[in-house]
Design a protein around this ligand. Structure first.
Ligand code: ATP
Ligand code: MG
Length: 399
């Protein structure tokens, strides 16, 4: 067994020792068979949530009403879901009711795609009821059962099909494509948060161009926030786009497709967090600075280190001719005379003291802004006396 499975083994063994059926299931089995890095380990079992709570000391009831708990073991989290079949999906978000079942067979049947409906026991035996392994070998995404019904049950699966094609480079089976075409209009009712979660993974996928081709060809953009009102935007996404691992980068890309649509419109429509909004705003500002003045010390000074990689990816995507590198950014960073406003050798109080007759007001901040820009640009030395002298010769205009 591969390392992540080894680590989860004690959890699985304990469940098994108490007489329950238990398997590794879903993405981890798929990625293991594909020799891809294994993400989260998901476990499926005949044990009910209450029974798991009795067995383990650290159980978090994350989705207990759907039969899912998280078991903490040696600093890892394992999502453990009781074998179940789903009821109808009237809210297109969660099934209305779940029914627990004893065998894994029915549980695998409710899963979206054949490549995600594989289970593996502790000995490494694979349970493959829907020819998922052959679809893995042939790089095919195909629904478990009738696609039309499965997409109707939960239209998010349509987007999931595209995001797996983007992550794995797989082709969607022609029948499944046909079923997507039939059901796609039902994506209208989907919760935005669910769409955003899948699109975050789609844009981060190694084969993002492949995934976006499906978004185009299957006209999925007609059901996406903002794009639904502006269909043609989708064609402006650069054809040579590379993976964007963070959604704040995607927000910037979206905004640059048409600058008359404010960044905030995208942030709200795709229900992004404040953190994503702030990162996207900063990146937008620096990309505009790059466009106006090239790669200046001021730009690097304003850009937090944590956003360097995002900035580089976005410049490659939006201004491929500029070809900004990490070395360039780090080299400019090294030559910066200050790293933040507080490093300026003259304070707000010093400025007030220089002009005792002036009433305090926004002019103090404005003057500090000016000093900051000049110091960063190397036009003024960061020296108390030199700065003071400069202000004396360039007094603020107060009316
Ligand atoms: P990743 O590695 O990106 O997490 P994953 O396959 O684990 O991929 P998840 O979204 O974490 O994907 O879902 C875990 C598993 O649950 C899937 O492999 C699939 O079997 C099942 N699943 C998830 N969402 C759905 C859905 N909407 N409909 C049916 N089955 C689903
Ligand atoms: Mg997962």
């Amino acid at each position: 067994l591969a390392e992540p499975f080894q680590k989860a083994k004690p959890v699985v063994e304990k469940i098994k020792a108490h007489g329950y059926n238990v398997y590794f299931v879903g993405g981890c089995v798929r990625d293991f068979l594909l020799h891809r890095p294994i993400g989260d380990i998901d476990i499926a079992t005949s044990a009910k949530p209450i029974e798991l709570q009795n067995l383990f000391s650290s159980v978090i009831p994350v989705g207990i009403e759907h039969g899912t708990v998280i078991i903490r073991h040696q600093n890892e989290s394992y999502e453990v879901t009781t074998f179940r079949v789903d009821g109808t999906y009237t809210d297109q978000r969660h099934p209305d009711d779940v029914t627990y079942v004893d065998s894994i067979d029915k549980d695998l049947e409710r899963r979206d795609f054949t490549i995600n409906a594989l289970a593996m026991d502790l000995k490494g035996n694979i349970i493959d009821l829907f020819a998922g392994r052959s679809d893995l070998d042939n790089h095919v995404i195909r629904t478990v059962g009738n696609g039309e019904e499965r997409f109707r049950e939960d239209p998010l699966r349509i987007i999931r099909a595209l995001r797996f094609s983007s992550q794995l480079g797989f082709t969607i089976h022609p029948d499944t494509i046909e079923h997507i075409r039939k059901v796609r209009h039902e994506m209208k009712g989907l919760a935005v948060e669910r769409i955003t979660r899948e699109f975050t993974k789609l844009f981060a996928g190694d084969y993002v161009q492949h995934g976006l081709t499906y978004v185009n060809d299957l006209e999925i953009y007609k059901y996406l926030p903002v794009f639904e009102q502006h269909h043609s935007l989708i064609y402006r996404i650069p054809k040579n786009i590379k993976p964007l691992p963070f959604f704040h980068e995607v927000l910037v890309l979206f905004h640059f497709l048409d600058r008359t649509i404010p960044l905030l419109t995208w942030v709200k429509a795709w229900k992004c967090s404040n953190k994503q909004k702030n990162a996207a705003m900063n990146l937008t500002k620096q990309l505009e600075e790059l466009q106006a003045n090239d790669l200046t010390p001021w730009l690097v000074y304003q850009l937090p280190r944590a956003l360097y990689n995002s900035f580089i990816r976005l410049t490659n995507c939006l201004y491929s001719k500029k070809n900004i590198t990490m070395e360039q950014l780090l080299q400019i960073e090294q030559t910066l005379p200050i790293t933040s406003r507080s490093d300026i050798k003259l304070s707000g109080q010093d400025i007030i003291d220089l002009f005792p007759a002036f009433k305090q007001g926004p002019w103090i901040q404005q003057l500090l802004n000016k000093l900051e820009r000049k110091v960063v640009a190397g036009q003024l030395p960061n020296d108390y006396y030199k700065l003071k002298e400069w202000i004396k010769w360039n007094p603020p205009a107060i009316n």
